[in-house]
Design a protein around this ligand. Structure first.
Ligand SMILES: *[C@@H]1O[C@H](CO)[C@@H](O)[C@H](O)[C@H]1NC(C)=O
Ligand SMILES: *[C@@H]1O[C@H](CO)[C@@H](O)[C@H](O)[C@H]1NC(C)=O
Ligand SMILES: *[C@@H]1O[C@H](CO)[C@@H](O)[C@H](O)[C@H]1NC(C)=O
Ligand SMILES: *[C@@H]1O[C@H](CO)[C@@H](O)[C@H](O)[C@H]1NC(C)=O
Ligand SMILES: *[C@@H]1O[C@H](CO)[C@@H](O)[C@H](O)[C@H]1NC(C)=O
Length: 418
């Protein structure tokens, strides 16, 4: 398999990287500190809260390279939130945790400094996170405007950090603090291990409908790009025509992207992702169109697009601005959707306890979800065991049903970029 080859070729690179990263990181952090010391408002954290301890060897990441078993996939998560989201975000992150994966956490600039500091503290204070060192906080928070291009910029920023941290991950997953998993990470890793690594799960359509006049033609400005206080996007009176140089696509802002496609978007050796990023700067709700339009206008990536966002999201009839908030009454439909994630949930809603109890192995109190890697007695996951050991459960069967429908069927090709 192609993926196998790439990996064994990467293995020696990774050992070198253990030394290269700290050097690059420390000079980077130093340069950054010099810059920020001139900037009065800045918190004096280093760029990533965990970077100061980056030169400690990270046993989990290194050992697994030496394993002779076929490599299991790794996920790179961005979990983001805003003011007041700290506890929700923390609960979501712990429900998603697996030592194989990478996690970038972001609380945007609207959240108070204390809240962001508390997140950095909690990450640093967690024994498992400290040992594995795969959870990072973007402590230099971004200004993010809902519906604006700053949201896309924030996602690309996280992608770039993840690519810089490691080349050894397979899928990027974008979640918010009001999302929650419906399967364990063991289920997810197990199911994705049999999928081609180049697939991107991205819901899309070129049938713009009302969006053509309401989204594609109006022009907006996002003050989040240049103002230090948050204010909403505003419209300018001039309108523009529908593009002819590329075809517009739209869809869900939630997605699971292959590393290959993320590299294509971030590195920019082809000009398309960059040109579209500039085009989308003045587009309302750009997170619902940018990645869709890029993937469907790049012929080499069209065959990798799976038309699904892997989320359960319920809309009211008629649809409102925000999706319907899920409660216990939605549980049966949510579970029957066979998807790995759902949104959106209120903080500590009883349905989350139900998910913990019934779908996530009965986890309690923000503890980790039990998986094959857990050691330390009583299912406590207080030590990291073998990270390549998986214990997939019923969630893996549900996911397999979904994959049969959207990947291993005619629907895969017939729903692509149309
Ligand atoms: C990083 O490496 C230096 C030199 O090898 C060492 O003195 C320092 O304690 C290390 N830091 C951590 C956090 O391990
Ligand atoms: C976490 O914080 C508590 C209380 O502040 C402290 O007692 C404990 O040692 C810390 N644990 C780690 C792993 O840093
Ligand atoms: C990524 O996730 C956030 C949730 O924090 C969402 O609002 C955003 O639209 C997503 N998508 C993109 C392309 O940024
Ligand atoms: C995606 O990966 C599969 C399996 O490795 C391969 O057969 C297929 O040709 C790839 N598709 C593209 C468009 O690269
Ligand atoms: C949850 O944690 C709180 C405080 O950390 C503790 O008082 C409570 O007993 C715990 N509950 C369970 C069910 O473990």
């Amino acid at each position: 398999m192609e993926t196998l080859k790439t990996r064994s070729h990467l293995a020696p690179l990774m050992t070198e990287k253990r030394w290269a990263i700290p050097i690059a990181m420390s000079s980077f952090v130093f340069a950054f500190l010099v810059i920020t010391s001139l900037n009065i408002g800045s918190t004096m954290n280093s760029f990533f809260s965990a970077s100061s301890s980056f030169n400690r060897t990270s046993p989990v990441f290194v050992e697994s390279k030496l394993s002779s078993e076929p490599p299991l996939p790794r996920f790179a998560y961005l979990v983001s939130g805003s003011k007041g989201d700290l506890d929700r975000l923390w609960r979501t992150v712990r429900s998603l945790y697996h030592p194989r994966n990478l996690y970038i956490l972001h609380l945007d600039l609207e959240s108070p400094v204390e809240e962001r500091d508390e997140l950095v503290y909690r990450v640093g204070n967690d024994t498992i996170f400290a040992v594995v060192q795969n959870v990072f906080v973007i402590s230099k928070a971004n200004m993010v405007t809902y519906r604006g291009p700053t949201m896309v910029a924030n996602t690309l920023h996280a992608c770039a950090i993840l690519l810089k941290k490691s080349k050894d991950w397979d899928w990027f997953i974008n979640l918010s603090a009001s999302d929650y998993p419906l399967v364990t990470q063991d289920d997810l890793i197990h199911t994705f291990s049999s999928l081609p690594r180049n697939l991107s799960f991205i819901e899309h359509t070129s049938r713009l409908g009302w969006k053509e006049s309401k989204r594609a033609k109006p022009l907006i400005i996002d003050p989040g790009l240049y103002k230090s206080k948050k204010s909403d996007v505003f419209w300018i009176t001039e309108k523009r025509e529908t593009p002819t140089a590329f075809k517009l696509f739209t869809g869900s802002a939630w997605m699971v992207l292959s590393r290959e496609f993320v590299e294509y978007c971030v590195w920019g050796w082809d000009n398309l992702p960059r040109t579209l990023l500039m085009y989308y700067t003045n587009f309302i709700s750009s997170p619902e169109g940018y990645f869709q339009t890029v993937i469907c206008n790049a012929p080499e990536y069209i065959p990798t697009a799976v038309n699904h966002d892997l989320h359960y999201i319920a809309w009211d009839v008629p649809p409102k601005q925000h999706p319907h908030t899920l409660s216990v009454a939605d549980a049966p439909r949510m579970i029957n959707a066979n998807v790995p994630f759902a949104r959106k949930f209120n903080r500590d809603d009883p349905v989350l306890d139900k998910i913990d109890a019934e779908l996530l192995g009965g986890r309690r109190n923000y503890s980790f979800v039990y998986g094959g890697w857990c050691e330390g007695g009583g299912g406590a996951c207080s030590k990291v065991g073998d990270v390549n050991k998986l214990q997939p459960g019923p969630g893996a069967q549900r996911l397999a049903k979904l994959m049969n429908r959207i990947v291993w069927s005619k629907a895969f090709v017939s729903n692509q970029c149309r």
